[in-house]
Design a protein around this ligand. Structure first.
Ligand SMILES: C[S@@+](CC[C@H](N)C(=O)[O-])C[C@H]1O[C@@H](n2cnc3c(N)ncnc32)[C@H](O)[C@@H]1O
Length: 226
């Protein structure tokens, strides 16, 4: 089912950025347009699931460097073609569940509109992988949609792992069923307890926003070597 989500975003790439014109997102976007580049200023940023590069372009204006990853060539191609994309940005095709093979080299982390699509059965795998790129003491910002009465999309089903699904339709009528989970403050604090300190959770109008400071780099289990 995760593959259907990957295919959906590949097929949606050309029309994806329309989402940023939605009126009900504008007040929250105005806040994040300030906060995200400020958090990343002067830092070596890891951005996971960067999509078409909407945030990558903005972060690239202030960061020392950005490693922005996505699994789809289709979204990465749009990000690459953005006229304002800084030369300090490296766009990489990579699975968000893949841990770093090298010691951590980034000192800030960003996950925009991504956590809602993480399979709950693989949440620890994603969080371990994400944090394996981040040095201790790195600021991290994650945000995603809240469940609000004005959000119009109903759940199509919930699976045994607790994943909530919804149906999405592209402009040409093609339909997909994708994971779209919501998180409240208690669950976020539980998920991040192993990875961060100074966890702050904010409920904006359309989005929740979490910021924290990494308490360690990779938290993968030891492989037994001395
Ligand atoms: C909702 S979009 C968010 C894009 C971008 N972060 C933004 O805020 O505009 C989700 C993105 O996740 C990417 N994606 C899906 N599965 C992935 C995976 N396993 N690893 C990395 N990226 C993935 C999709 O290609 C898509 O670009």
């Amino acid at each position: 089912m995760t593959d259907e989500m990957v295919r959906y975003y590949a097929r949606r790439a050309q029309e994806y950025d329309r989402v940023y014109t939605m009126p009900r997102w504008q007040p929250d976007l105005a806040i994040l347009h300030e906060r995200i580049p400020a958090l990343c200023a002067g830092r070596r940023v890891l951005e996971v699931a960067c999509g078409t590069g909407y945030w990558t372009e903005r972060v690239g204006r202030t960061a020392a460097s950005v490693e922005a990853c996505d699994t789809n060539d289709e979204t990465l191609a749009i990000a690459r073609a953005r006229p304002g994309m800084s030369a300090r940005v490296r766009l990489v095709r990579r699975d968000a569940y893949a841990s770093s093979a090298e010691p951590p080299g980034c000192d800030a982390g960003l996950a925009a509109l991504w956590l809602s699509h993480v399979d709950r059965a693989r949440m620890a795998e994603f969080l371990d992988a994400f944090h394996s790129y981040l040095l201790p003491g790195s600021p991290v910002l994650m945000f995603d949609e809240r469940e609000t009465p004005v959000r119009p999309v109903p759940a199509s089903r919930v699976d045994e792992a607790g994943n909530r699904y919804e149906m999405r339709r592209l402009a040409d009528g093609e339909r997909f069923e994708i994971i779209k989970n919501f998180f409240d403050e208690g669950e976020m604090r539980g998920l991040l307890a192993r990875y961060g300190r100074n966890v702050k959770f904010e409920a904006l109008e359309a989005f929740w926003v979490v910021t924290y400071t990494t308490s360690g780099g990779s938290v993968r289990q030891s492989d037994g070597e001395g």
